[in-house]
Design a protein. Structure first.
Length: 170
């Protein structure tokens, strides 16, 4: 995982949340390296795969089966030292992500942009970032890395940000 050193070099102010984790590849990578990771997904089957993979690795993991798009139960405030989000977008959840990250916590977020349909799914604009949208959401945080464009192998149009929640953020 690129930039994993940011999560591993010094203690985080709380556990890592692997949000919309799927089968948990990124979170398991970190858990193998001794970080406490909470795996969150709405799919019971995906979380079952996380548990199987963790068991094979000799890891004990925490899983949360939550559908964050229903609004019935949200993320806890001021809980996580880092949040990972890959290939997932639900705009109403952005304020909860911000509130759930502890001060000086690290956010790693990458998902598809409106240029993605030329490469395949997703095609629904509700799941695609507009130009500069991801950066705008976190512009007051300490920026470590930002990319918006096309990545290869496989070709995909994405925006990604790595930033730290700073003292000056609202």
């Amino acid at each position: 995982m690129a930039y994993a050193h940011l999560l591993l070099d010094k203690p985080l102010p709380g556990p890592v949340l692997d949000l919309a984790c799927g089968e948990g590849r990124n979170g398991l990578f970190l858990a193998e390296r001794g970080l406490r990771v909470v795996f969150c997904d709405r799919s019971e089957a995906s979380l079952g795969e996380v548990k199987k993979a963790a068991s094979k690795l000799g890891l004990s993991v925490e899983t949360w089966q939550l559908d964050l798009e229903t609004g019935t139960k949200g993320l806890p405030e001021n809980r996580f030292g880092a949040i990972l989000v890959f290939r997932y977008l639900h705009r109403p959840l952005i304020p909860e992500i911000k509130a759930s990250l502890k001060e000086n916590g690290l956010l790693i977020y990458e998902t598809f942009t409106v240029a993605q349909p030329q490469f395949g799914r997703p095609r629904n604009p509700a799941f695609l970032l507009r130009p500069g949208e991801l950066l705008d959401w976190f512009c007051s945080w300490r920026l470590i890395h930002y990319f918006e464009g096309v990545k290869q192998d496989p070709s995909r149009a994405v925006a990604s940000i790595i930033c730290r929640k700073s003292d000056s953020c609202p």
